[in-house]
Design a protein around this ligand. Structure first.
Ligand SMILES: [Zn+2]
Length: 278
C-alpha cells in the first residue's frame, strides 16, 4: 500500500449529479439501502482507476476489469462478538467520494464489512452526527485499524516484507490490515515471489551468457539494466511498487544471498555502484 492523494473537494461528476439525489437520500436513512452501481459506472470508476494507476488500493496488484468499488467504511452492518469490529453500517457514506476506493475482488471479498476501530465508544452510528461526513474528523475520532492510503501519509511504515515475500505488520494497524485483507493469501504471496524469481532468473541468465562470452563489460551492463528495471518497477505507478522498493532497498537479503556464491561479489559490487548513482 502506498499513499494516494485524492482531492476530496472535487468529487467526480457522477457523484454530484442531482439525478441521484433521491438515491443518496435513501442511502442515508434506509439501513436496507443497496448501493446502486449506476452511480459509479461512469466518472467515478474512471477517476479511481486514474488515481490509483489501475491498481488495488491495498495489495497494489493490477486491476483491469477486476476493479471493484469498495466502501472503506462498510455500508452494511457487522454483527459479531468483537466490540471493536461490530457496527451498524455507514449507509450515509455510500456515495461519498472520501469513502470510495478501488479494490481487487480478492481484497474486497476478504474485507467484507469488517471495520474495526480503536476508539469503540466514539463509533459514529448516524448521518446526523456532526462529523458524519467529514472524512478527516471521522478518522481521528474513530481511529480505524484498517489503514487508509488516502489518509495515512506513510502507509509503508506499518509494513515490512520478509525474505520469502510474506508481509508482516510493524504496528497493530499493519497487523490487522494484513489479517483482514489476507495480504499473505496464496495468490498475493505468489505474485510477490514471482518478482523475486524473475530478478534471480535475469541475473542467472546474465552469468550464463558470461560463461560463453567472457565479456565482463556486457555482464556489468546487463546487471545494471536489471537493477534499473527494479528501480523503474518501484515507481508509484507500477504494480506492487512498495514491494519492489523493498527488494531494491534490501537487495542483499532478497536477491544476492540467494545467488550462487561465485556470482555474489560482482552482483553486489554492481548494486553498490548503482546505489551511488541514484
Ligand atoms: Zn487487492
Amino acid at each position: 500500500m502506498i499513499h494516494i492523494s485524492k482531492n476530496l473537494s472535487s468529487p467526480p461528476k457522477d457523484l454530484m449529479d442531482s439525478k441521484w439525489n433521491k438515491i443518496k437520500a435513501d442511502a442515508s436513512v434506509n439501513p436496507k439501502h443497496k448501493a446502486d452501481s449506476k452511480c459509479y459506472r461512469g466518472t467515478v470508476i474512471d477517476e479511481l482507476e486514474k488515481l490509483y494507476n489501475f491498481k488495488c488500493a491495498v495489495c497494489e496488484r493490477s486491476i483491469g476489469i477486476d476493479l471493484e468499488v469498495d466502501h472503506y467504511r462498510p455500508i452494511k452492518p457487522r454483527t459479531c462478538s468483537d466490540p471493536n469490529d461490530k457496527h451498524s453500517g455507514y449507509g450515509w457514506l455510500t456515495y461519498e467520494w472520501s469513502n470510495l476506493m478501488p479494490l481487487c475482488s480478492n481484497c474486497n471479498r476478504y474485507k467484507s464489512n469488517h471495520f474495526p476501530i480503536f476508539n469503540v465508544i466514539a463509533r459514529i452510528t448516524n448521518f446526523s452526527h456532526p462529523v458524519a461526513y467529514d472524512f478527516h474528523k471521522l478518522q481521528t475520532t474513530e481511529e480505524p485499524y484498517l489503514i487508509n492510503p488516502e489518509f495515512e501519509e506513510f502507509p509503508e511504515k506499518h509494513f515490512r516484507y520478509l525474505r520469502d515475500g510474506t508481509v508482516s505488520g510493524r504496528t497493530d494497524s499493519g497487523r490487522i490490515t494484513i489479517e483482514i485483507y489476507k495480504l499473505n493469501s496464496r495468490s498475493k504471496l505468489r505474485d510477490r515471489k514471482r518478482i523475486i524469481e524473475s530478478i534471480l532468473r535475469d541475473i542467472s541468465e546474465a552469468f550464463y551468457s558470461y560463461i560463453t562470452s567472457k565479456n565482463k563489460f556486457d555482464l556489468e551492463n546487463t546487471l545494471y539494466s536489471i537493477l534499473k528495471k527494479s528501480l523503474l518497477n518501484a515507481y508509484p505507478k507500477e504494480p506492487l511498487s512498495l514491494f519492489n522498493l523493498f527488494i531494491l532497498k534490501y537487495f542483499d537479503k532478497f536477491i544476492i544471498e540467494r545467488l550462487p556464491e561465485s556470482t555474489r561479489n560482482i552482483t553486489k559490487k554492481m548494486y553498490e555502484e548503482f546505489l551511488k548513482e541514484i
